[in-house]
Design a protein around this ligand. Structure first.
Ligand code: ZN
Length: 285
């Protein structure tokens, strides 16, 4: 049988095949092959009515996240609340860079638009102009969620956002069932050595999981490469005088010109400068 691993706990893998969940163990021979099945893997497994199901084969992975360890992620959905709590675009941009680095598609969801529509539109413009699929929603208003829900169909979604950004209510609305993620599991986690529980929440053909998110983002890239992870720069870099232009102090820079003209968001560019400094300082140690 073929299925997708949705949960790993205590040495057991839980595999979803059609709409049934099977409990299986990974067979020892995976250790020799240097593969250990992880959540998100599509696998071939055998199940013989005696609680001794086992995985026979792991299909090639499209990609793999390390925190948490989940494979075959289709899109990173980043929730940005308009307020309560106040958004932090620096952290949003870092999350975007991390997803770009991991080769995962990105969507930005501006939540709580009802609290300040003008600000919601402002945030929407920043990220849609930068070239990201962007949604403007209010998690409490189902009508506004329709487009996002359609977007998530047939996808495995990595959800991130600060505490109280609305992750649980958005996930519940998309999956049509009540779920609690993020805040609750953090509170009940005991001891620092506890293995992080990884689970795909699902309904039909949508899979969603929570990511530890913002506070733990430690970008592992060189400052000189950072420009490649700001996709909106690509449209202007040809106008730069220098081929290896970092778009900072160089003269005749197409990117800086685009920022001045308002074609590139000032907010994104300023975060680029700050993150560049941060990465450069880190590299000097
Ligand atoms: Zn430049």
């Amino acid at each position: 049988m073929k299925g997708k691993i949705i949960k790993l706990t205590g040495g057991y893998y839980y595999i979803k095949c059609d709409d049934v969940i099977y409990e299986t163990r990974a067979r020892g021979n995976f250790r020799h092959q240097n593969i250990s099945p992880i959540v998100g893997d599509v696998v071939e497994f055998k199940y013989e009515d005696n609680n001794l199901g086992y995985i026979e084969k792991v299909y090639p992975r499209k990609n793999m996240l390390t925190r948490p360890r989940v494979s075959n992620v289709d899109v990173a959905v980043i929730i940005v609340p308009v307020k309560d709590p106040k958004y932090n675009l620096m952290l949003v941009d870092k999350t975007i860079i991390q997803a770009e680095y991991e080769g995962i598609d990105i969507a930005v969801v501006i939540n709580k638009m009802d609290l300040d529509e003008l600000e919601a539109k402002n945030l929407y413009d920043i990220y849609s102009n930068a070239g990201f699929k962007t949604f403007m929603i209010s998690a409490t208003n189902k009508e506004t969620l329709k487009e996002l829900k359609d977007f998530c169909k047939h996808k495995t979604v990595a959800l991130s956002g600060v505490s109280a950004a609305g992750k649980s209510s958005i996930t519940s609305a998309i999956l049509d069932k009540d779920v609690q993620i993020g805040d609750v599991s953090n509170k009940t986690r005991r001891g620092r050595h506890t293995t992080r529980h990884v689970e795909l929440l699902y309904s039909h053909d949508i899979y969603i999981f929570d990511t530890p998110g913002f506070s733990s983002i430690d970008l592992n890239i060189e400052s000189e490469d950072l420009k490649n992870y700001f996709r909106e720069f690509n449209n202007y870099r040809e106008k730069c005088k220098f081929k290896d232009c970092n778009h900072i102090n160089e003269p005749k820079c197409g990117v800086k010109e685009a920022v001045e003209n308002g074609d590139i968001s000032k907010n994104r560019y300023e975060n680029y400068l700050l993150i560049f400094e941060e990465l450069k300082n880190k590299g000097e140690y």
